[in-house]
Ligand binder design. Structure first.
Ligand SMILES: C[S@@+](CC[C@H](N)C(=O)[O-])C[C@H]1O[C@@H](n2cnc3c(N)ncnc32)[C@H](O)[C@@H]1O
Length: 220
């Protein structure tokens, strides 16, 4: 698939801030117990469902990829920004990071036990999201899990809202709306964690970690 204007703009914007971003977010999970809980539940669920590899799609500087690796998952990162991938490789030289896009992944059908997309689909314009979710479904093995992190929109009447992100145009979603899109892509919701905005947060948005599963193959 040809790179869309939105993806080119996002990639160039993250190329420009990769070093700053890595510095700012390297240790962010330390103060984010609910994110760690979501990642830990994801890791345990993926392990319990089989041995498949896990991809952190839109991995940025790789700190979350490294966190999953430390929890014992066979994980690699993919990001559209070459500068982000270079930064991740420098910080975590023992881990694998590839340049690539969620819109057309260089990953085989059913190759993965898990997909993490943490605040990376926020930069996908709403009309471009269904093909991205279809890619997540394609690369997951039957029974594989997706953990999707995103910011919530205000209410059901505004299922998607553009927001003022510091790096690139971004969108937030009404959680039920995104869960329904996932369901239409063949990914059924398993659970969600919704974190209310906290006074110290940069943005006063609810944050959502949504765990979904591709249907397992039925026994013959
Ligand atoms: C807000 S950062 C999140 C980084 C990391 N997942 C984290 O939790 O900190 C968004 C990242 O998604 C990447 N990204 C956005 N759209 C992408 C796409 N279509 N394919 C691959 N990476 C993408 C950006 O380059 C950027 O590194």
């Amino acid at each position: 698939m040809a790179e869309t204007d939105a993806l080119s703009a996002t990639r160039e914007a993250y190329d420009a801030v990769a070093a700053l971003y890595a510095e700012r977010f390297r240790d962010e999970l330390r103060n984010r117990p609910l994110d760690r809980a979501a990642l830990s539940a994801f890791a345990e669920t993926v392990r319990a469902s089989g041995d498949g590899q896990v991809a952190d799609l839109g991995c940025g500087p790789g700190h979350v990829t490294a966190h999953l690796h430390a929890s014992g998952l066979p994980v690699f990162g993919v990001d559209a920004s070459t500068a982000m991938v270079a930064s991740a490789r420098r910080s975590y030289p023992d881990l694998r990071f590839d340049v690539g896009s969620m819109t057309a992944l260089d990953i085989g059908d059913g190759a993965l036990g898990g997909v993490l997309s943490r605040w990376s689909v926020i930069h996908t314009p709403p009309h471009e999201l269904p093909p991205v979710l279809a890619e997540f479904h394609r690369v997951l093995a039957p029974g594989g899990h997706l953990l999707l992190g995103f910011s919530a929109s205000e209410d059901a009447a505004h299922p998607t809202q553009v927001f003022d992100h510091a790096v690139a145009p971004a969108y937030r979603w009404w959680p039920d709306h995104l869960a329904a899109m996932l369901r239409r892509s063949g990914l059924a919701e398993v659970a969600r964690i919704v974190r209310e905005p906290q006074p110290a947060d940069l943005r006063q948005f609810r944050e959502v970690h949504l765990l979904a599963r591709k249907a397992p193959t039925r026994p013959a």
